[in-house]
Write a protein that binds this ligand. Structure first.
Ligand SMILES: Nc1ncnc2c1ncn2[C@@H]1O[C@H](COP(=O)(O)OP(=O)(O)OP(=O)(O)O)[C@@H](O)[C@H]1O
Length: 580
């Protein structure tokens, strides 16, 4: 919890102001039963109206002061809690940006979303309540005890019995509450995770008619959340009746003992009224404690989860400590006996891969699904580092290169063309922020998407998504390619990025890529995308099993021939140029 609390440091002064006004409110409130006892004993019982009026007015003024104190305390508490949450969210977001893919393997997206939203809100509420209610509770208890003792310590002796009992009870509630709310928070996480999956995969769920199954799945975890929350709240609810019992019993003792003291002239009625008032304040404040326990138990669980994110060591890949690149990369890529294993897994997904891609050539990578093609791609921009072997770019080990600068020279179009909220132009400019309009149009033309963009009512300024244009899979793919081309990369990685294009558009696109002075890697399932490549690599079960040109592989490789026949039929065996 301590690390999260350091985010309160910049607001020490404002917190001071909030606490000051809380104290003003509290002192005034504590003083009021005392004045009340004087009004009863000296004013009402002596029939002294001027005394009653005078002290009645004082009580009124004090009530106004308490009100102003309360309002100002709320004002400053809100400011502190909102600013605290803002800072925490900002830091968490910045931290997540530094995560390597390895870290994302440990912390799933749904859990990160809960941590950045629910957990931060939980802490924000606790900070607010601490400054407004939580701090007030112990001070109110101590203040009431002191005031009651000042009024009549003999009459207040009952407090010496009741307070230890109340503390014992409170301690039990703290232990119980912590456990119960930790479980509630875990269940909130599960609900979020299933909700997220469902909302993102709605189309798939409908297409596979999985609604009933998903409904049932959600019911189960929703039910778990309901049960755990109900158990936690019910346990906490026990507090109130127990406290009422304590309160009524102690008031009864005060009244019984007070009665004999009044008759023997050792006490006044006003004092008894004031002490009863203090006792009810003490016990009702203890009822706030159950609320406080709930808040703290939840905040504790939330802060643990937040701190887990904040304390993750930055992966050395993302630290960008490698050598700066002096010049533009030429684009020679060499794999030397590269093996790779995902973090926390046991088997290599790539084994002993070796090949050379010369600058400005094109390399097509074919292979069945799950063969390891995407994994191989991810090693080039150092999204992951190799487990064994080396990857050289321009004869330099990429582990010695500054990863940020290396990625700056690579255009990567992932399998799933992801576009961000914003206009088409804004999405394209992610490739190169300072690109001119002319550069943007050229990249879009080469990606065969320029005409389509112009056909939208707002052209390049069209918004993407819910309130803007909806794009087809192929259009998204071409926009993602245009984004990568705008970067004028030295190495271009296309991960099955032309899968949704028709053959003619795809052929034009591949042709226009030649205008870019870069080494092109294309993962593809289609022979048509591979046929003109300078080199074709066939990956099977993590191993490089064949390497060559279309013509040489057609001669020598049974596997390539089989793929070829499955797509073109047996009759046609054209050479590379012919098949296009
Ligand atoms: N983040 C990950 N953590 C652990 N294993 C992974 C991860 N991503 C992929 N794998 C595993 O690595 C293997 C290779 O996956 P990869 O995505 O590289 O295959 P692929 O050839 O690109 O497949 P496809 O053509 O279907 O995209 C698969 O067995 C997959 O289950």
């Amino acid at each position: 919890m301590m690390k999260s609390l350091t985010f309160l440091k910049p607001y020490r002064l404002t917190m001071g102001a909030a606490i000051f006004f809380l104290l003003v409110e509290l002192i005034v409130e504590l003083y009021q039963p005392y004045i009340l006892s004087k009004i009863i004993d000296k004013g009402i019982l002596n029939n002294d109206l001027s005394y009653v009026t005078k002290w009645g007015l004082v009580m009124l003024v004090l009530s106004v002061v308490a009100f102003i104190g309360g309002v100002l305390n709320t004002f400053y508490s809100t400011h502190v809690s909102q600013s605290f949450a803002f800072g925490l969210r900002k830091s968490l977001f910045e931290k997540v940006q530094t995560f390597s893919f390895t870290t994302f393997n440990f912390l799933p997206t749904s859990s990160l979303i809960t941590r950045l939203t629910n957990d931060v809100t939980q802490l924000q509420n606790t900070v607010f309540m601490s400054l407004r209610i939580i701090l007030r509770a112990p001070l109110m208890v101590v203040g009431s005890v002191v005031m009651a003792l000042i009024l009549d310590w003999k009459l207040s002796f009952v407090l010496f019995f009741i307070l230890p009992l109340l503390f014992f009870f409170l301690n039990w509630m703290v232990q119980k509450g912590r456990e119960l709310f930790k479980r509630v928070q875990e269940n909130v996480d599960s609900v979020n995770s299933v909700l997220r999956e469902n909302l993102m995969g709605m189309k798939l769920i409908k297409a596979f008619v999985r609604n009933d199954f998903e409904d049932e799945r959600f019911q189960v975890i929703n039910n778990n959340l309901k049960r755990k929350t109900a158990t936690a709240l019910k346990t906490m609810e026990v507090t109130m009746p127990v406290l009422l019992l304590f309160m009524n019993a102690s008031i009864l003792v005060v009244l019984w003992y007070g009665n004999s003291k009044v008759h023997s002239n050792q006490s006044n009625i006003g004092e008894i009224v004031a002490i009863v008032n203090y006792i009810s304040r003490i016990t009702s404040t203890f009822s706030v404690f159950s609320f406080i326990i709930m808040a703290f138990s939840r905040a504790r669980a939330s802060s643990e989860r937040i701190e887990e994110v904040l304390t993750i060591e930055e992966d050395f890949i993302e630290k960008n400590e490698g050598n700066k690149l002096r010049n533009r990369i030429e684009g020679k890529v060499q794999f030397h006996d590269v093996s790779f294993q995902y973090p926390n897994t046991e088997n290599d997904v790539l084994q002993d891969i070796s090949f050379v891609a010369y600058p400005k050539t094109s390399i097509a990578i074919l292979g069945s699904t799950g063969a390891g093609k995407t994994s191989l791609f991810q090693l080039i921009p150092r999204l992951y580092d190799v487990s064994e072997g080396t990857i050289l770019i321009d004869d330099q080990d990429i582990r010695k290169m500054n990863s940020k600068e290396l990625r700056g020279q690579i255009g990567y179009v992932p399998q799933e063309a992801l576009l961000f909220t914003g206009t088409i132009k804004e999405n394209l400019l992610m490739g190169r922020e300072n690109a001119s309009d002319e550069d943007v149009y050229t990249a879009a033309k080469h990606a065969q998407i320029h005409e389509t963009i112009l056909s939208f009512p707002n052209g390049y300024e069209s918004k993407i998504g819910q309130k803007g244009v909806n794009l087809s899979g192929g259009q998204k793919q071409r926009l993602a390619i245009a984004r990568a081309l705008l970067r004028k990369p030295s190495i271009l990685l296309l991960d099955d990025s032309t899968s949704a294009l028709d053959l003619k558009t795809e052929a034009k696109l591949i042709q226009s890529l030649k205008e870019y002075d870069c080494t092109i890697f294309i993962i593809t399932q289609k022979i048509s995308s591979a046929i003109n490549a300078d080199k074709i690599l066939i990956i099977d079960d993590g191993c490089l099993v064949e390497e060559g040109t279309h013509d040489s592989l057609l001669e020598s490789s049974k596997l390539y021939k089989a793929i070829y026949y499955s797509q073109y039929g047996r009759e046609e065996i054209p050479n590379a140029k012919g098949a296009n």
